[in-house]
Write a protein that binds this ligand. Structure first.
Ligand code: ADP
Ligand code: MG
Length: 271
């Protein structure tokens, strides 16, 4: 019998959708927390100038702090900006408003689409930090920051809000992923799609879910994240909803999402 080799390369997932307000950050924080709760080492990298992943984890943002911006422009190593979230096994590389200018600043850099990929490979190679999952919280745009995430990622995880135009924006996202796969990062695939803010009382939610499943098949997670006020209250307390109210339906859904992800990841490794 051969022991399976120690797997130290992290699984890097870009949590992306160019639409704002669809649940990317909420999913990065709460999926990350749920994965950490079952023993996975997790790093959330905040790539949105808004920094909601950082503040939602209770990490204060100060003008002097070093952030993912400094990593991208080469002024800091990734491990120098990583902070502990206070939640066991969950760390965060926070963002800062400077990221707003990164797109223009990076345009003159070598390997401008691979700045994050290079930083992550240095982290894995040269430090003792071992993460099972690295979740990249992307900004609401298909800009150079998101392209950096796609070049650094093994796969894209897409939160999709159950609303009328959900599928329309998705085709643009899928096209971009395909373009990056062909030109920049051949291993990039869609890991999965999770329906967010599902409202059981609204027949539109159900209709959208059906449409999305008929187009994307088993890429769509069985787990659906319901609209739940506790989920939206948690960030103002600087906590994942799993810590704010562990029993609410939103927390329960994110726990199920993490188990489904682990199950799917295991199946991918076996296949
Ligand atoms: P994005 O990162 O895609 O812009 P967010 O995760 O910040 O989206 O979510 C947008 C808003 O919707 C936030 O105010 C968040 O608290 C709220 N929200 C996200 N998911 C849920 C949910 N399942 N139920 C209720 N509110 C939610
Ligand atoms: Mg966000």
């Amino acid at each position: 019998m051969t022991a399976s080799p120690p797997h130290f390369s992290p699984r890097v997932l870009a949590v992306a959708n160019q639409k704002g307000g669809v649940g990317k950050t909420t999913t990065a924080i709460n999926l990350g927390t749920a994965l950490a709760a079952v023993g996975e080492q997790v790093l959330i990298i905040d790539l949105d100038p808004q920094g909601n992943a950082s503040t939602g984890l209770g990490i204060p943002r100060t003008a002097q702090m070093r952030s993912t911006y400094h990593v991208l422009i080469g002024e800091a190593r990734l491990h120098h900006v990583i902070v502990e979230s206070g939640i066991p096994r969950l760390d965060c590389a926070p963002s800062s408003m400077d990221l707003l200018g990164a797109e223009i600043e990076l345009s003159d850099f070598d390997r401008k689409t691979f700045r994050l990929a290079d930083a992550i490979s240095v982290l894995s190679r040269e430090t003792g930090l071992r993460y099972d999952y690295i979740l990249l919280d992307c900004p609401p745009s298909l800009n150079l920051l998101t392209i950096n995430a796609f070049c650094a990622a093994d796969a894209v995880f897409v939160p999709l809000q159950c609303e009328f135009f959900a599928l329309e924006g998705l085709s643009q996202l899928l096209k971009t992923v395909e373009r990056v796969r062909v030109n920049l990062n051949p291993r990039l695939v869609i890991q999965g799609v999770v329906l967010t803010m599902y409202d059981r009382r609204n027949s539109l939610s159900e209709q959208v879910a059906e449409d999305v499943r008929s187009v994307l098949g088993d890429k769509v997670y069985e787990t659906v994240i319901p609209r739940n006020v506790r989920v939206s209250e948690a960030p103002s307390h600087g906590k994942p909803v799993l810590l704010y109210d562990n029993n609410c339906i939103g927390s329960q859904a994110y726990i199920r999402l993490a188990s489904e992800m682990i199950r799917r990841e295991r199946n991918l490794r076996v296949a």
